[in-house]
Design a protein around this ligand. Structure first.
Ligand code: SF4
Length: 203
């Protein structure tokens, strides 16, 4: 059975694809059994829109705080499906909070400016900043877009922050990201209209 949706704490997570244009050295896809012990999230095939919506129907949203589009792969690889699912959920319950966890490379993946499409569709976008150093980003995230990726991620964050109530950029805490680097990343995020969140290092 495919893990299209699953529960982590007070959120329902949606898994649309295995695809991603990056090959991060720390990626769970190559390093672990699944997200937060949810078992294998590897999809045998990408679920259709109707299958995703049907699977979401099994959750009681009075119990959950938000719906999160997240791994295994990069959700904006299926941007149209993701936005259609978000629209469905907002139609059912306009108060339901919707977040997208993304590498921020949607514009390069989809070949167009995509941040405006997120307006009124989702409440929060969480973008993996990882570092303030473009060379380090290239070495760690290994995006197939090469050097174009880091500036495109920053541009997406800036455009998303202009249209969404909340844009978060994330780094992993010490020892992966030193306090000095966290401060520099905070400055980068804030210069784009986003805020920095330091994710705990899980070893
Ligand atoms: S962007 Fe996310 S899904 Fe893609 S390789 Fe990196 S950690 Fe894995």
């Amino acid at each position: 059975m495919m893990n299209i949706t699953y529960n982590v704490r007070q959120a329902v997570y949606v898994n649309l694809t295995n695809r991603c244009p990056c090959a991060c050295t720390f990626c769970l896809r190559s390093n672990g059994p699944g997200v937060h012990g949810s078992g294998s999230l590897w999809l045998d095939r990408e679920p259709r829109l109707d299958e995703v919506i049907a699977d979401l129907g099994k959750w009681d949203y009075r119990t959950y705080r938000e719906v999160v589009f997240c791994g295994y792969g990069e959700p904006t690889e299926r941007l149209d499906t993701m936005l259609a699912v978000a629209a469905h959920l907002k139609k059912q319950d306009p108060a339901l909070r919707i977040r997208v966890n993304t590498n921020g490379l949607s514009d390069l993946i989809n070949g167009r400016r995509t941040a405006p499409l997120f307006a009124n569709a989702v409440d929060c976008v969480s973008i993996s900043l990882n570092t303030d150093d473009p060379a380090e980003y290239l070495a760690v995230c290994r995006p197939r877009f090469g050097e174009a990726a880091y500036p495109a991620m920053l541009a997406f964050a800036r455009e998303a922050a202009a249209v969404l109530p909340e844009v978060v950029m994330t780094v992993v805490g010490e020892p992966v990201t030193s306090l000095a680097k966290q401060a520099r990343c905070k400055a980068v995020a804030e210069s784009l209209g986003a805020r920095l969140r330091v994710r705990p290092y899980e070893g």
